[in-house]
Design a protein around this ligand. Structure first.
Ligand code: FAD
Length: 321
């Protein structure tokens, strides 16, 4: 990932997509068909999530290997390091390497919902320990990404300490341990992201690191409110108002969602003077909203117009999600 980003021209932009491993075989077949179409949008990389405590380890590794080897996509495997054991992590890194996967998103992980009391395990307390471990065991074989929080990280539901300034020392630790890029938590208040970009730029250790905003398309009102709540993302009043009249009309919500996300990208690009090179989409394994946003965004549209040897972009936009 790092090398691909470095090879971009000064005005080039990139996109990337997150996927989670489907539970069923038919879900997997559908996803792979979608991926074939979505690769026509030219993502620089795709990522595969890792279930809490390694609960999806086999499926995540299989999916990541399929993306990397069968679809030829640069793949980032998410890996969490708490509520798990070192064997699972060792096995994941070994299998990732065997399958030619060169990128890991190193995360701490959240406690599984059923677990009332949660203690980190003794090997890894936070993502920084995983970054260090990967570097210690594999040197520079893996390019490592880490998470960032434009509105501040929240553990559980206690938002009283939600403050991006508070996260900075831990973010610096992760970068100094060898992380190459940051993907952020989802947000809908683009001003919060813009302030975060400036905050990072004010620290010499962070100012040159690739910062990739995480964007979740709005597909239904229910999913949107749930995702915002879970991630503690602020919903700006103007976005809230826009969606209010259409709560029960999924098509209207989708269309408004495309406009909202396009405006977010536009605002970020303008107010950061184009410094943000890449935009990461939490796709929820759906393609239509992502494809429509990229198609509509004047910042990102040139990416999908690059030549591909795959099927056409129109197939991706028109296909049913
Ligand atoms: P860390 O960077 O270790 O810590 C996060 C924050 O906790 C710090 O910024 C700081 O505020 C606090 N903190 C850390 N260390 C200390 C310390 N020593 N003392 C006090 N405070 C401290 N979860 C999954 O289970 N699977 C996934 O696939 C997954 N993918 C994700 C992808 C992205 C892009 C993001 C943003 C999150 C993802 N998560 C995933 C969620 C993630 O696991 C949680 O947000 C988790 O609570 C924090 O992980 P982290 O890697 O940011 O933790």
């Amino acid at each position: 990932v790092k090398e691909k980003i470095q090879s971009l021209g000064p005005n080039d932009k990139f996109i990337s997509f997150e996927f989670f491993p489907p539970k069923t075989d038919s879900g997997l077949r559908n996803l792979l068909a979608r991926l074939n179409r979505m690769s026509a949008l030219n993502p620089l990389f795709v990522t595969v999530t890792w279930g809490a405590g390694g609960s999806t380890s086999v499926k995540s590794l299989d999916l990541a290997a399929t993306f990397q080897n069968d679809l030829g996509l640069t793949t980032v495997l998410h890996l969490t390091c708490t509520n798990t054991n070192k064997e699972i992590i060792d096995e994941a890194l070994k299998k990732a390497k065997e399958n030619g996967i060169r990128n890991i998103l190193a995360l701490r992980g959240d406690p599984p919902r059923a677990e009332e009391y949660w203690t980190p395990n003794c090997d890894f307390n936070g993502a920084v320990d995983l970054v260090k471990y990967i570097k210690q065991e594999y040197g520079d074989y893996f390019c490592v990404g880490v998470a960032g929080y434009p509105e501040g990280h929240v553990d559980g539901s206690d938002t009283s300490f939600q403050d991006p300034n508070k996260d900075i020392p831990y973010l610096i630790e992760k970068i100094e341990a060898g992380a190459d890029f940051i993907i952020t938590q989802l947000f809908y208040d683009s001003e919060k992201f813009i302030a975060y970009e400036q905050l990072l730029a004010s620290y010499p250790q962070l100012k040159n690191i690739t910062l990739i905003p995480g964007l979740m398309p709005i597909t239904t009102y229910k999913v949107f409110t749930r995702a915002s709540k879970l991630s503690h993302a602020t919903i700006p009043p103007e976005i809230f108002e826009k969606l209010q009249n259409s709560i029960n009309d999924d098509d209207a919500v989708k269309n408004l969602g495309v406009d909202i996300l396009t405006d977010i990208i536009d605002n970020i690009n303008t107010k950061t003077n184009g410094r943000i090179k890449g935009y990461h989409f939490y796709s929820l394994n759906l393609e239509k909203a992502v494809a429509s946003i990229i198609d509509k965004s004047k910042v990102l549209r040139p990416i999908m117009e690059l030549p591909t040897n795959n099927i056409t972009r129109d197939d991706a936009i028109l296909s049913d999600s």
